[in-house]
Design a protein around this ligand. Structure first.
Ligand code: SF4
Length: 82
């Protein structure tokens, strides 16, 4: 059986819930299975590490740069001012 990376209902209010995946666990459902309680949901050290990770600058891929360029490009082919 394929294990889904998608967070479950219990993860709703968790800071580490990225919507389509969990920041720390590959299989979030396993953290809540069999009446277990995910330990990371209340771990303040882990939350601090997550916030530091969030503040890091991101490197854009060539595709993202190209998409950004064409979104700001005017009809006459001149790059719009930001
Ligand atoms: S850390 Fe635990 S509660 Fe938070 S999203 Fe991941 S599995 Fe869910």
């Amino acid at each position: 059986m394929k294990q889904s990376a998608k967070p479950v209902r219990h993860c709703h209010a968790c800071l580490l819930n990225l919507g389509d995946r969990c920041w720390i666990y590959r299989y979030p459902r396993g953290q809540w299975r069999h009446h277990r309680h995910c330990l990371a949901i209340d771990d303040t050290d882990l939350h601090a590490r997550f916030r530091t990770w969030q503040k890091q600058p991101t490197v854009k891929t060539r595709r993202e740069l190209r998409q950004e360029f064409f979104r700001t490009k005017r009809k006459d082919g001149v790059q719009a001012e930001k």
